[in-house]
Design a protein around this ligand. Structure first.
Ligand SMILES: *[C@@H]1O[C@H](CO)[C@@H](O)[C@H](O)[C@H]1NC(C)=O
Ligand SMILES: *[C@@H]1O[C@H](CO)[C@@H](O)[C@H](O)[C@H]1NC(C)=O
Length: 463
């Protein structure tokens, strides 16, 4: 029987995109309402990621509901500021109110003023922290969605407790401390996150019907085993359904743009596996000093380069690179292309690309690994280190040191040396990247791990 499921999202793109894709897939068999901040629903619409609202929306099984929480901008955080703190509070108030008025189908007729029809259960981003408490108190059945690695939220959350030492947020060396060799957290944790996020999430986890992870079981096996050993977690399934959280459409709108066409024709003229693609995602940005060193490395590299760099940062480039950036894609013979935006999936999948210099956000990491490109893994915030160390531990790339320490500037010479090292014949990074690519591909085959986990998920809806 079709269920009515609310997919409750955290309004940052890295979080909403996997949830949106999951919602689209589930909507083939169930009625789904995707709920998040009103401005984020509008953003998704403007980017063409959700259908424009039609007068006859009753015919579709996927609906959207925007919470009017007063937040006006995306929550794609580069750093914690006063504004992001305020926005986070507003989002939590909005989500909290939404949950309090929600009607459950099992409740029968009620008089609460829910803006949407009665629901069977929720699939909620784990990042709604304190609101999870409200869900548990109201005894609303729920699944948790973890948009990063299993390591990222599920395990980290379980490792802290009320007695974990904390420090004020601005004194904390890291957004999350990496666990030590013994699997325990030793450093103090930033107090804001701790009270507002970790503890409520930890308390909610054992009440969930399952944890959905944006990864594949082959990459998370050990972590999942450790999660299951935590109190109350033995019976909670941890399901890794990465392919179902990704837009699999072969032809995307973004690949059709003029930028994409020009990039494709430029790439088409390069040797297989020769191009360096540099992109730090929408969130991460380099300090000016570091950017200058990277720019010098780009000039020194004797390889073709595509550098996706926000135009606001062009001022830090040399005159020569600024000239290149100004020409954009109009010089088909240029060794270097600097563009404010690139259709990343298309670029990475091109056979001419040989190395991906990345901050290793988890979605970029999986995008690169899915097409078998080796990495220069250069995390910019300490929590990204976990994604980066994963890539390095698997032998699919080299880590640029520095994210977790007092960050020193990495020199142009060292960067050139690292990039050349990943290309080096016999280094084995490219081969290992292809091994990981094949593992990801097989996870979505019939009886592949991700297919089986997804089947387990949808089966569990019936219980
Ligand atoms: C990995 O990537 C995710 C998604 O981009 C990001 O939120 C997180 O900071 C990164 N680090 C870990 C440890 O997952
Ligand atoms: C998938 O697994 C089932 C049960 O083990 C088996 O009957 C079926 O033949 C498998 N399908 C494929 C394509 O391997």
């Amino acid at each position: 029987m079709a269920k009515h499921i609310v997919c409750l999202g955290f309004p940052a793109f890295g979080h909403l995109l996997p949830l949106l894709q999951l919602a689209k897939n589930l909507a083939k068999h169930h009625k789904i309402t995707l709920v998040t901040s009103a401005h984020a629903v509008e953003d998704l619409r403007q980017r063409g990621l959700i259908e424009p609202s039609t007068s006859d929306s009753s015919s579709t099984s996927l609906k959207y509901f925007g919470i009017e929480d007063g937040v006006r901008e995306g929550f794609d955080i580069t750093h914690q500021s006063e504004e992001t703190g305020k926005n986070f509070a507003l989002i939590m108030i909005g989500v909290g109110n939404f949950i309090r008025t929600l009607n459950l189908r099992t409740d029968g007729p009620t008089d609460t003023a829910s803006p949407i029809p009665p629901v069977d259960f929720l699939i909620t981003d784990i990042s709604i922290g304190p609101c999870l408490t409200t869900i548990v108190t109201r005894k609303i059945p729920f699944y948790l969605l973890n948009c990063g690695r299993a390591y990222h939220t599920a395990l980290m959350v379980l490792l802290v407790d009320e007695n974990s030492p904390t420090v004020p947020y601005d004194k904390a060396p890291a957004f999350l401390e990496m666990p030590g060799e013994d699997g325990k957290l030793h450093g103090p944790q930033p107090d804001g996150q701790f009270q507002g996020f970790f503890i409520p999430a930890k308390r909610a986890l054992p009440f969930s019907r399952g944890v959905i992870v944006n990864s594949i079981r082959e990459f998370e096996g050990e972590t999942i085993a450790r999660i299951s050993e935590q109190p109350g977690m033995r019976e909670i399934p941890v399901l890794c359904t990465y392919p179902q959280l990704q837009d699999q459409t072969a032809e995307r709108k973004e690949d059709d743009t003029e930028v994409a066409q020009k990039l494709k024709s430029w790439l088409g003229k390069k040797e297989a596996g020769s191009v360096v693609y540099i992109a730090f995602g929408t969130l991460a940005s380099l300090k000016p000093d570091q950017l200058k060193e990277l720019a010098a490395a780009v000039e020194r590299l004797e390889r073709p380069v595509i550098w996706s760099l926000k135009s606001a940062q062009y001022v830090h480039l040399s005159d020569q690179l600024q000239e290149i950036a100004r020409k954009g894609l109009d010089d088909p013979n240029s060794r270097v292309l600097i563009v404010p935006w690139a259709p990343q999936r298309m670029v990475l999948a091109h056979s001419s690309v040989g190395v991906f210099v990345s901050h290793c956000g988890w979605s970029s990491t999986m995008e690169g690994l899915s097409v078998g490109v080796p990495f220069v893994a250069w995390p910019q915030r300490s929590d990204q280190l976990m994604n980066a160390t994963f890539v390095v531990a698997k032998g699919a790339g080299v880590l640029v040191r520095g994210a977790n320490e007092a960050r020193e500037v990495v020199s142009a010479n060292e960067l050139v040396r690292i990039v050349d090292g990943v290309f080096a014949e016999g280094a084995g990074y490219a081969g290992q990247a292809r091994v990981l690519r094949d593992i990801i591909a097989s996870s979505s085959q019939t009886n592949g791990s991700a297919e089986l986990d997804y089947a387990r998920l949808t089966q569990s809806f019936l219980n």
